[in-house]
Write a protein that binds this ligand. Structure first.
Ligand SMILES: [Zn+2]
Length: 570
């Protein structure tokens, strides 16, 4: 029977070219080797499992290869290379400073330094976790580090660069290793899975990469674990279960609930999370990350910061477009505060619940403070007692004075059954009549959401979003659109008033796109009317090109001049 080798070892890169996610750094090292410009001490910094020791070993192997390839990579067949690959090379010494940090350990190492290599040109000393060396060990080491024999190269590695003494730092060439991106990790895991003939789902690999947090070694060992759990068929579901990862699905639901002002469902959902054994602190940290992901997925510029699969990206973007930026700022701040307070709190659960309530209540706050100082005021949530019968809320509820900020949740029975149907995620207008809110909480909820009607704030939001998403070439149209506020005509019609026929022409050209975008964002059929304001209403802010075009349109004399002299706007 073939011996089982863990993937992290089996797929440990043998050349710089095979190192995942550190391209810039490996290129620099290769160039240094190719041009023979070797320093006598290197410091490799970076998180665990990103390839520091691996690169140190490849480096040692490469500079000792007797037959370097044209690309600067080791040949893999010469005596030195084979010695390295079989783990019997005398030219590489590894010291784990985490467990060997005494002066004696360093003295032993210094003794080794004195003996020149028998085969090959360099002896390479790798000191892992070098920040763990004791003060005395550091001192004993310093002199050797400063003036080693010409055949010695030190490679120091650390996860905690800030703990390295300046005296050491100044004697080393420093290389900073990057966390490996989720995408690079997923690609590599896919490669391994293909080689091994495993069935894997991309989403499952993304989960593993997420859990490994930028470390390839961790990713590979989690991957091995998953393969043995699942017998080589790694699905998203099985990965979630086995890794005990809180599905991002929960966060999507929580935010949908918030947008629906449905505090109760969020509290029930949070209860489900804790019952499944997840810690509230992790939950809040995850929720904060979710909000952060929503924030960066709003804009094409920040989209690359979102490290998820493409399908997930679309999902984040879709939810993000339904959130006001102010809400996201506040929610992130609230989650962060909760995270900070969580450890000290005596009633941890309440901390999280408060955070959920406050976040829900900030969904329609707009502006003031913009997240710097979210109001810590709790608005009433539960007004009426839980009731079993499906009848709508009592009449007198409706007659109660309702401020625009009172959440619709206030009108709902507190112990409603949990509605996890994600079609019920439409934003509601702040000033929608109370009666309508009552309608929404009945069983026709999802129907209402699907055949929704146009609401002003959602319309304005979608309008502005459309303007923001216009390509660069249409920057003038985008600017104009931002100054226009669409008006509701009825549930499926809205109008915009523009200053001149040119804008009207531009917008008419865009009409199908605008209507389709708003239809998609507001989940309802819409049609747009464009009106040109009468001259006295028009705000005279024409740009130079507009003035030029208008003059051409309005004045026949100008037109003749234009044609005669081929006038163009300078
Ligand atoms: Zn070789």
């Amino acid at each position: 029977m073939e011996q089982y080798i863990v993937s992290a070892r089996k797929y440990r890169p043998a050349t710089f070219d095979m190192v995942v996610g550190q391209r810039a750094l490996t290129t620099t090292l290769l160039n240094a080797i190719r041009t023979g410009k070797l320093a006598h001490a290197y410091l490799f910094c970076g998180p665990r499992g990103v390839g520091k020791t691996t690169c140190a070993r490849i480096f040692a192997k490469t500079i000792n290869c007797q037959n370097l390839g044209a690309n600067g990579e080791p040949c893999g067949v010469c005596e030195s290379c084979r010695a390295f690959e079989e783990g019997r090379s005398m030219n590489i010494h590894e010291l784990d400073a985490a467990s060997n940090n005494s002066v004696d350990d360093i003295r032993e190492l210094i003794d080794q330094v004195r003996i020149p290599p028998q085969i090959g040109r360099y002896k390479v000393f790798i000191i892992d976790e070098v920040h763990m060396l004791s003060q005395q060990a550091f001192n004993a080491f310093l002199k050797t580090l400063e003036e080693p024999p010409h055949y010695v190269i030190f490679i120091l590695a650390t996860t905690e660069k800030h703990k390295i003494l300046p005296t050491i730092l100044s004697r080393c060439q420093v290389y900073d290793f990057q966390r490996i991106t989720i995408k690079s990790t997923v690609d590599h895991l896919k490669y391994v899975a293909e080689k091994e003939g495993y069935q894997v789902e991309d989403e499952a690999l993304a989960l593993i990469a997420q859990k490994a947090d930028g470390g390839m070694r961790d990713a590979l060992s989690i991957f091995d674990q998953m393969v043995s759990f699942t017998g080589g068929n790694v699905t998203y579901e099985s990965t979630l279960q086995n890794l005990n990862i809180l599905d991002s699905e929960y966060y999507f639901r929580i935010v949908d609930n918030m947008l629906n002002k449905d505090v109760e469902s969020s509290l029930v959902l949070f209860n489900e999370v804790t019952e499944r054994g997840f810690d509230g602190g992790n939950f809040i940290a995850g929720l904060a990350s979710h909000f952060r992901n929503l924030l960066v997925s709003r804009d094409a510029k920040t989209l690359p910061l979102l490290e998820v699969s493409e399908a997930q990206q679309q999902r984040y973007h879709e939810q993000a477009m339904r959130c006001k930026p102010q809400f996201l700022y506040k929610a992130i701040k609230l989650c962060n505060d909760c995270d900070l307070g969580y450890r000290q709190s005596r009633n941890k659960r309440l901390q999280v619940e408060l955070c959920l309530i406050q976040s829900t209540q900030s969904t329609d706050d707009d502006g003031a403070g913009a997240g710097l100082c979210p109001a810590k005021i709790l608005k009433p949530i539960f007004k009426i007692q839980p009731q079993e019968k499906p009848a709508p809320a009592p009449k007198k509820e409706k007659s109660k004075p309702v401020t625009p900020h009172v959440t619709p949740a206030a009108e709902k029975p507190a112990l409603r059954t949990l509605n996890l149907n994600s079609t019920s995620i439409r934003k509601k207008s702040e000033n929608a009549p109370v009666a309508q809110e009552d309608d929404i909480q009945t069983d026709t909820q999802s129907e209402v959401a699907e055949n929704g009607q146009l609401e002003l704030d959602a319309l304005i939001l979608a309008w502005q979003q459309f303007a923001n998403r216009l390509p660069k070439a249409e920057v003038t149209t985008a600017q104009r659109m931002r100054t226009i506020t669409p008006q509701l005509i009825d549930q499926h019609h809205f109008s915009v008033t523009v200053n001149n026929p040119l804008i009207e022409k531009d917008l008419t050209k865009l009409r199908p796109k605008i209507e389709s975008y708003i239809k998609h964002q507001c989940h309802t059929q819409v049609s747009m009317e464009i009106h040109v304001a009468p001259p006295e209403v028009a705000i005279k802010t024409y740009s130079k090109p507009d003035q030029f075009k208008l003059a051409l349109q309005d004045s026949s004399a100008f037109r003749i001049l234009h044609e005669l002299f081929s006038l163009e706007l300078a």
